[in-house]
Write a protein of this length. Structure first.
Lengths: 78, 178, 253, 356, 253, 356, 78, 178
């Protein structure tokens, strides 16, 4: 299971990450950060679908997303 | 008669419209008035503020470093501008987004109004600014509320004209809440 | 099962959050340039020439040695840097107002001379910093604060296609237009940025890359709408492609 | 519009309205903060008023579009802020020489360099000493309220045509961005007669007309310079200032533009404390109201020049009172917005601390 | 048998002899513009925008109402004239240093906006007035006082082909390059000048005509050699032709 | 080269040699009369001396190429004449602010406007009052012989680097075009140390370095201006002038540059007729040698300022002696070349006609 | 017989007229005008060959040549 | 010792080279010297002139409005510059192109030398300037002829180096003819 770490204080709530996630697991949260932006989040219930594809991080203009990829045992041994 | 106020909040909270409304109303009230917005790239990055000065004398500086009044629509604005507020001055705090307890009530008069909540109740979540201005005139007596209502039709952009009654409601609700 | 860092901030990008509006793709453009220079270990010999526009604080976001050029003059300033420091990697970062309006003479001449520099040109079809006035790249019909009825081709002209224009000049070794609106285009952008630096490093001439980017604030759109607008309206006016590559045949990418 | 006919506008809008009401036929400009409301207003309203709006590709292009339009006898203008005005200096020199009337607005911002977008008076020298090359001067008007911005812009065109010269409106970020009520006048009808003698219109049935500034034939440039000098001297009649509480003042502050407003606040506070201070506010910076300043000095009053810069107008004050008196100086620097408190302290210090 | 005047000075040309060097073709260019305007009875509604170069005294030689633009800015000045006087015939007369170097931004933008003006561009491949420095149109290898070893394409760039460049901009209705070196070319030049005004009169956009002309003094040639040089060296670099004509298909002439 | 090692060169060439001998690494310029010999010389000789020559597309491009080259710590320069220098004003303001050392030569020509290509001193104001926007000053050196053109250009680079500032050499058409014998010095070896602390070279093993002039964060621009002001004040130590026959003079003429040469001829003639007149020639125009001028005034000598303009430096003279004395003024206008006879008459009139 | 009238004071002796005359009847004279230019001339002995084609006048940068064309009777009557 | 001269003629007559030669020779002679050419577009249109001032004192103005001497290589130059010539001054007139009788010999000293003819005789028609300068130093005694000859190798452009002996001959011939 890959995962993302979203820095909510950097996030400006633009939601560009949400539209590029192939798994459609990102969305707007109901939290506002100190700058007054409604930040994005990875829906916890769907988090495990993340493939670590980095699409969201690449699209994020604010470098708010770090992506960790977990190589599955099978893949890792290749 | 002299009054000044800094109105501050996030970009998008309608700070400039709020200031313009107050200033226009003051003009109609026969006062001298200056309005000074922030402008330029400072507008980016989410915060905005403007300054309004009302007086029956000629007005000197339109920029005020130690205001008599502050309207803080969010927490960063409260934190920043209460420091500048003159002793004994009034701060209207949008308590939906900033805890009025953060304000130094020993030094200044603090009026907490849950602007977001009231605006939502009125039926338009974006009218936070109007709620706050209603509260402001109540708290300071700077102008009669009616003046603000009358000024609405002059400052609300034409394509939002249909929202004027709602704006007036929000002003009233803020006034009532303060 | 092991966890690896698949994406994180490249070292040349400073930690400082940017002052840009939500959804503004200047941040994406910065990052991609930094990623290339870090990947090639060039950061320490890079001198960046910033320009006047929303990206004026670029030196706060990218950790390169920097000189801020007056509005429009970055290609001249970069010429000065490079001519006395030919061993350095030099790039300008310019907006469309800066490069194609007041700075038209400077970009045309630096391109024609074949300055060994890279030009990163962020085209968002408006003057962002000054509040959304008409730019030389504003689309026909686009409303801005100084074209309130929409840009009129007959009196205000059609948008300048700079990547094509500079491609026509002898000193340009690489010229391409890319967009920052989806992952596929980002991959193209990465390649184009690389080539735009490679031709500099090889001493072949100027590398020019035009990046189509959003300005949600002045387009008066949400970031997501703005991003869609790139595909729907901007790219049709500004076709993507490599218009010149000294090494290869140019063509659509 | 309010009940008493006042409208509530930004200084930049007031300038724009003043120009349109003065019969503006061409506006040419390039965006720069803090004066963007001028081109924005013009793009919307000037075409409706029968004039042409062009967003130029640069400030150089803008001022030279003004040159072309003005050479036809049309009322034409541009506006910018400090860095953009610097770029126009070559052309100002040309237009002063070819006697091309026009109005240029400089809403000064913090400098030097790109500086900031706050207020400043750093361009006084440039504005008043013909910042371009060569010996020339152009009238400079310095409004301090939105109403004055409207009125002086209107008048600037009359001065421009009367003397056939570029005229500068020297405002600043405060003036441009501030909103105040103003009373707008009646638009002036177009008056083709004012340029009938010299405007370019095609040499039909008359000798060709030429706007030029190159004079290589022997003696011609000298003659041009003599004529220009006489004109600059004749402009002295334009000198104008406001005085405020000067009659019984022991110390008179000389200050202009928005900064003079802040000084006025300080003076009110000092007066409230019983201190006898007043203000002389030059409204024309060139010609400098030297006579008025000298008259104050002759009355034995002390002088303090306050500027939002390192000391520029103070030269003109000192030259005006040379041999009679001196002027102390208090300068505040670009990057801060000065407060009435600060000036209050400075004035009080000057009053109690002796002359200079 | 009757004698008719087959050739004489057209009325808009002043009697004043020019200050030009022997064999300098500025005089030919002046005359041809005047001949067209006289023939069409347009002289009395013409406003001419002169530029800075050897032709700076043009107003002494052509009797039109005139305004002298600062170096490079004639297209901007002409824009100002035309926008407030749309009923006038407006043309600029510019040298290659003026138009293609310092004035590059102004010509590109006026062309792109489609100003209804005519641009008469005299390309003599050098800065004539200032004594023969390298111009943006100097040929590769050509020696000038600031390219003493001959222009080097790799560091100084190749000559700008302005007629082609502006032809690529939407606001340009006609663009052609002609030469003044022989009678056949003069006939082409006459036609091109006519078309460059016709498109203005028809409100179609900018008319642009580039005239290849001699500068014997700074080429360090006799006038006759200089005239031959146009055929032998200049035309091969600057091909003659109509690069755009809104009415017809463009093609070689 | 002559037997005594002198070479015979134009002022423009002397400037070029001075710059190359000072270790010039980059020259960027655009042609304009009367200084074309500088780019022409540079195009031939600078590459041989290991520097880069670029003919820029305009004066704006030239000065900004200088900015880029100078930001790397290289010795860089441009040159132009009046209209071209006007076009550089925005960038001067930037470079003064970003503290970028460089040398700019202005060989003044007749103005205003395109003027003519003869000599003039019409750009004194522009040069000494930071002709661009904002509060800034740059040192200005005014040679009056070809030898001094060489020497002062060399020195200008040292000043530029010492203060990290643009420095202007203010010459004129006479100085640029005149040929005189000069003695050329030994070329200075390159000294990378002089920019080691601040030059851009790639941020290897250190923090990035930034040349900037925009400062929006609160208080920063003020701090920058405070630092700049302190620097402008520190430049006062550079003030320098030549005095000629002033000891016993009853009247001292203040005059600079080539015009001071003509004045010298006049003074010799007047001395030959027994009249006690002398000359004070400012060599630095900014900082103006105010102390030296004041000292002369304090000795009770009368002052006459002679300029080839309508009166610009005379302001600085008057400000220097304010309260002590006054200065008369004699100006000649662009378009003519003043003669010793004319100045002789003017000086005699001032001497016999009373003070002022 | 057509003819040209060459204004010697305007002529700068560039000789461009001489190279375009199809009849080759123009040449450098031995006369210098007040400006110091050796002026062009139509060789008197060949003058009558002039066809009035105006080539010389068109090429002349200094408007020194006026051309008179004589239409032969036959042509004129057409 | 002080002398000044304006040398004037058509473009192409080598006026600048003549002036440079004189100035260079003066420098070698240990004098102070200034040389001032005309420049810029005034060079066009066929006339040229330059001014040389020699002195053992510091030189003031390098531009002279009332010269002591004039070398006029053609008629327009004679007509223009003899008016400026100081009373009692000397004009060397190229009598091949200008009739010395046109000069006001009552007021000034007139030295007619047929420079073109002499130059052609020497064998190079372009050396009119050298002939005139030879005549000038003879007529005025400003410098020894030898100094001029020695200076030739410093001022004649390298690619004309082979013509130096001819130049010297021309100088001599002018000297002899004056
Ligand atoms: C000489 C000058 N003129 C104008 C300006 C004002 N100005 C600042 S940024 C800008 C345009 C920026 O637009 P663009 O280059 O497209 O960059 P963006 O902000 O869109 O990224 C202008 C006109 C200036 N700083 N200097
Ligand atoms: C701002 C400015 N820079 C430079 C000059 C000097 N200058 C005068 S004419 C000229 C170039 C002329 O060349 P071109 O345009 O090719 O015309 P030509 O003389 O060859 O016909 C230059 C650089 C000037 N007058 N103004
Ligand atoms: S890494 Fe890919 S899958 Fe995971 S959240 Fe981001 S876009 Fe979605
Ligand atoms: S793209 Fe980045 S800034 Fe935008 S919502 Fe997603 S995480 Fe936040
Ligand atoms: S205004 Fe536009 S370009 Fe500037 S930061 Fe905002 S979105 Fe980006
Ligand atoms: S220098 Fe060249 S362009 Fe100028 S007049 Fe002479 S020949 Fe013509
Ligand atoms: S008109 Fe024709 S034939 Fe006659 S001289 Fe001229 S070129 Fe020759
Ligand atoms: S072309 Fe004209 S100027 Fe040249 S030689 Fe012939 S007549 Fe004379
Ligand atoms: Mg942009
Ligand atoms: Mg040219």
């Amino acid at each position: 299971m890959s995962r993302i770490v979203l820095d909510e204080e950097r996030c400006k709530g633009c939601l560009l990450c949400t539209v590029v996630c192939p798994k459609n697991i990102l969305r707007q949260s109901s939290r506002m950060n100190a700058q007054g932006y409604k930040v994005a989040e990875c829906a916890p219930e769907l988090a495990e679908e993340c493939t670590g594809c980095t699409a969201c991080a690449q699209m994020c203009p604010d470098l708010a997303i770090v992506v960790w990829r977990t190589v599955k045992a099978k893949e890792a041994s290749r | 008669m002299y009054a000044d106020v800094i109105i501050a909040g996030f970009g998008g909270q309608g700070v400039v419209l709020a200031g313009t409304l107050l200033a226009y109303a003051a003009m109609e009230h026969g006062l001298n008035v200056t309005f000074m917005p922030v402008y330029g790239p400072e507008m980016r990055g989410g915060t905005a503020n403007c300054t309004v000065v009302l007086s029956d004398e000629e007005i000197g500086s339109p920029i005020i470093r130690r205001p008599q009044n502050v309207v803080a629509l969010n927490r960063p604005s409260l934190e920043k501008f209460q420091l500048q507020l003159a002793d004994g001055g009034t701060v209207v705090v949008n308590s939906s987004l900033a805890d009025p307890a953060l304000a130094d009530s020993a030094r200044i008069k603090v009026v907490g109004v849950p602007c977001n909540d009231i605006a939502e109740k009125v039926g338009n979540a974006r009218m936070v600014n109007m709620v706050a201005m209603g509260a402001f005139v109540k708290a300071t007596g700077a102008l009669p509320l009616e003046r603000l209502k009358q000024a609405l039709s002059h400052v609300v952009p034409a394509h939002y004209g249909h929202l004027i009654p709602k704006n007036a409601e929000a002003l009233q609700a803020g006034y009532d809440a303060a | 099962m092991s966890e690896t860092l698949a994406f994180t901030r490249t070292p040349s990008v400073a930690e400082t959050p940017t002052h840009y509006c939500p959804g503004c793709q200047h941040g994406v453009a910065h990052r991609m340039v930094a990623e290339y220079l870090d990947a090639e270990n060039l950061a320490e010999k890079t001198i960046m020439v910033t320009s006047i526009g929303c990206s004026v604080f670029l030196y706060n976001y990218l950790r390169f040695d920097s000189v801020e050029a007056p509005h429009g003059r970055a290609p001249a300033t970069a010429t000065g840097v490079k001519r006395v420091s030919p061993d350095k990697v030099v790039f300008t970062y310019q907006g469309d107002g800066d490069l194609a309006s007041i700075g038209m003479a400077e970009i045309m001449h630096a391109a024609n001379r074949g300055e060994r520099i890279t030009v990163v040109f962020v085209n968002n079809t408006v003057y962002g910093m000054t509040g959304g006035q008409m730019a030389p790249t504003t689309l026909v019909g686009q409303k801005t604060t100084t074209s309130p009825a929409g840009r009129c081709a007959s009196t205000e002209g059609a948008p300048f296609r700079m990547a094509e224009i500079v491609a026509g000049l002898g000193g340009v070794a690489f010229s391409a237009r890319v967009a920052l609106n989806n992952v596929k285009h980002l991959a193209q952008a990465r390649k184009a940025i690389r080539r735009a630096f490679e031709v500099q490093l090889a001493g072949q001439g100027m590398g020019f890359v035009e990046l189509l980017a959003t300005c949600p604030t002045n387009w008066k759109m949400t970031p997501v709408q703005a991003n869609e607008h790139i595909e729907a309206a901007i790219i049709p006016t500004f076709p993507l492609g490599v218009f010149k590559d000294i090494a290869k045949n140019a063509g659509a990418c | 519009m309010s009940a008493d006919g006042r409208i509530f506008v930004k200084g930049n809008e007031a300038v724009s309205m003043g120009a349109i009401d003065a019969g503006l036929k061409g506006y040419f400009g390039y965006p720069i903060t803090p004066q963007n409301e001028i081109p924005e207003y013009m793009s919307l309203h000037l075409p409706k008023a029968g004039g042409a709006f062009v967003q130029a590709e640069s400030e150089m292009a803008a001022i030279n579009m003004v040159l072309g339009a003005a050479a036809t006898g049309a009322r034409a203008m541009t506006s910018s802020s400090s860095p953009g005005v610097s770029l126009m200096q070559e052309s100002f020199s040309y237009m002063a020489t070819s006697e091309t009337p026009c109005v240029v607005v400089n809403m000064m911002r913090g400098g030097p360099g790109l500086g900031d977008i706050n207020t400043s008076q750093g361009d006084y020298y440039q504005a008043t000493r013909g910042g371009g090359h060569g010996d020339y001067r152009t009238p400079v008007l310095a409004p301090s309220t939105c109403q004055e911005a409207y009125d002086l812009t209107r008048e600037a065109f009359d001065i421009a045509f009367r003397f056939r010269t570029p005229v500068m409106i020297l405002g600043d970020a405060i003036l441009g961005q501030m909103k105040e009520p103003i009373t707008r006048g009646v638009p002036r009808p177009a008056d083709p007669a004012e340029s009938a003698d010299w405007g370019l219109s095609g040499a039909k049935g008359r000798e060709q007309r030429i706007f030029r500034s190159l004079f290589l034939a022997e003696g011609v440039l000298t003659a041009v310079n003599q004529r220009l000098r006489a004109k600059f001297e004749a402009m002295a009649s334009l000198a104008r200032c406001e005085t405020f509480m000067t009659e019984d003042a022991e110390l008179v502050v000389v200050s202009f533009g928005s900064i003079a407003r802040i000084v006025k606040s300080s003076i009110r506070k000092l007066r409230a404390r019983g201190l006898k201070v007043g203000l002389l506010r030059p409204i024309t910076l060139f010609p400098f109201p030297a006579e008025a300043v000298a008259a104050v000095a002759r009355q034995g009053k002390r002088l303090l020049t306050i500027e939002h810069n390192m000391g520029q107008m103070v030269d003109d004050v000192r030259l005006a009172v040379c041999g009679i008196a001196d002027s102390a100086f208090h300068g505040t620097l670009s990057g801060t917005i000065p407060t009435p408190d600060e000036y209050e302290a400075a004035i009080e210090a000057a009053l109690t601390g002796g002359s200079k």
